[in-house]
Design a protein around this ligand. Structure first.
Ligand SMILES: Cc1ncc(C[n+]2csc(CCOP(=O)(O)OP(=O)(O)O)c2C)c(N)n1
Ligand SMILES: [Mg+2]
Length: 369
């Protein structure tokens, strides 16, 4: 028997889902407030500090790229374009909150307290880059796409069980939302009402794969729905909007209301990583130009200049300070003793298994020559 068509309004159902996830914005491309009611209560000093961190991090990105080209850094994933998404989200956290970053999220953990020279050592594959100082609540950047979502759910649940008033926050990209770990992480955290914040930095590409090919979902924020948690889509080039979204997600989490998924619409200006990716092979210069007009530093600068609390002189000071810090940090990384194989083995285990004990003896003998 033929089934009657159009019993369900399936297309309507899909359209309605996407309609629930409009992009949240406070500052437009011109640095004008378009959502007065949502402007966060930040002091002039706090606003300047956020701008300082964004300018500093843009310089850090430029320097890291040249250091990589000179062979003085190892793995590096460029961050320019993503400053609002990265730094305004970290700015909404408290020191006791825990960050579980992806490979592009080094700036957040540096601003959360990881000394810069250790971030450089991480890039060089030196174990000391992964030894987080006491009280700096971050783990090393995850290379396996999406794995940090599972870890975040676990850390958040641990905090809840210990009765802590803190949150765990993690970051992945648009591509990361296709991974099983992504769904497992948000589902688990939702079921256990764990105090987690799941960031999706949608920079439109997973290496060369455009987001349109990545998923049929109109927004990535709507993926939260199936896990029974709220999702927000934010203008990721607007530091105030990102700050407000994360602040509210944090409030919910510490009040026992569970996790939130936040999609930031952003763009990476540079290549995927410094390991030979050429973005001109998969992105047009029109698209690059369109996104450069949305630059987070440009709009925040305009906003702060309009308030009379930022100018070229202040910005140049920040740039000089950043260059000086970076110079000192790379010097300190250079001065760190080279790692030995015995260091790697002894840092992995408290009690060595037999096969590693044997290797330890072999390497001890080699290294003492
Ligand atoms: C499980 C896994 N699969 C594949 C890779 C290879 N890989 C590295 S980065 C990347 C793309 C990730 O894109 P996205 O999640 O959008 O993050 P973005 O790099 O744009 O910040 C892929 C496929 C990996 N690291 N881990
Ligand atoms: Mg991406």
């Amino acid at each position: 028997m033929a089934v009657k068509a159009n019993v369900f309004d399936l297309q309507g159902q899909l359209n309605k889902v996407a309609e629930n996830f409009p992009m949240f914005q406070i500052l437009n491309e011109e640095g004008e407030v378009v959502n007065k009611a949502a402007v966060p209560d930040l002091s002039d000093e706090q606003l300047k500090e956020l701008m300082r961190r964004m300018v500093y991090t843009r310089i850090l990105d430029q320097r890291s790229i040249s250091l990589n080209r000179q062979g003085r850094l190892g793995f590096y994933a460029p961050t320019a374009g993503q400053e609002a998404s990265q730094l305004a989200s970290q700015f909404a956290l408290e020191k006791e909150d825990f960050i579980l970053p992806g490979y592009r999220d080094v700036p957040q953990i540096v601003w959360h307290g990881l000394p810069l020279y250790q971030a450089f050592l991480f890039s060089r594959g030196h174990f000391h880059g992964n030894q987080m100082p006491e009280g700096v609540n971050v783990i090393s950047p995850q290379i396996i796409i999406g794995a940090q979502y599972i870890q975040c759910a676990g850390v958040a649940l641990g905090m809840k069980k210990r009765g802590k008033k803190s949150v765990a926050i993690t970051y992945t990209g648009d591509g990361g939302t296709s991974q099983g770990d992504f769904y497992e992480g948000i589902n688990f955290a939702g079921a256990f009402k764990a105090p987690a914040i799941f960031m999706v930095q949608n920079n439109r590409f997973a290496i060369s794969t455009p987001v349109e090919k990545q998923s049929a979902a109109h927004t990535l924020a709507q993926k939260a729905v199936a896990a029974g948690i709220p999702g927000i889509q934010v203008d990721g080039m607007d530091p105030l909007a990102v700050y407000v979204a994360v602040k509210e997600a944090r409030e919910r989490a510490v009040n026992g209301d569970g996790p939130t998924l936040i999609e930031t619409l952003t763009y990476r200006y540079g290549p995927h990583t410094m390991a030979g990716d050429d973005p001109t092979r998969y992105r047009t210069s029109e698209l690059d130009n369109e996104w450069e007009k949305k630059d987070p530093l440009v709009r925040f600068r305009k906003y702060l200049e309009g308030k009379g609390i930022w100018n070229e002189e202040i910005e140049n000071q920040v740039i000089e300070e950043a260059k000086e810090d970076i110079k000192n940090a790379i010097k300190k990384a250079d001065e760190t003793p080279k790692q030995k194989v015995t260091d790697l083995i002894s840092h992995m285990f408290e009690v060595l298994p037999q096969n590693l004990e044997e290797q330890m003896e072999i390497y001890k003998a080699k290294e003492s020559k």
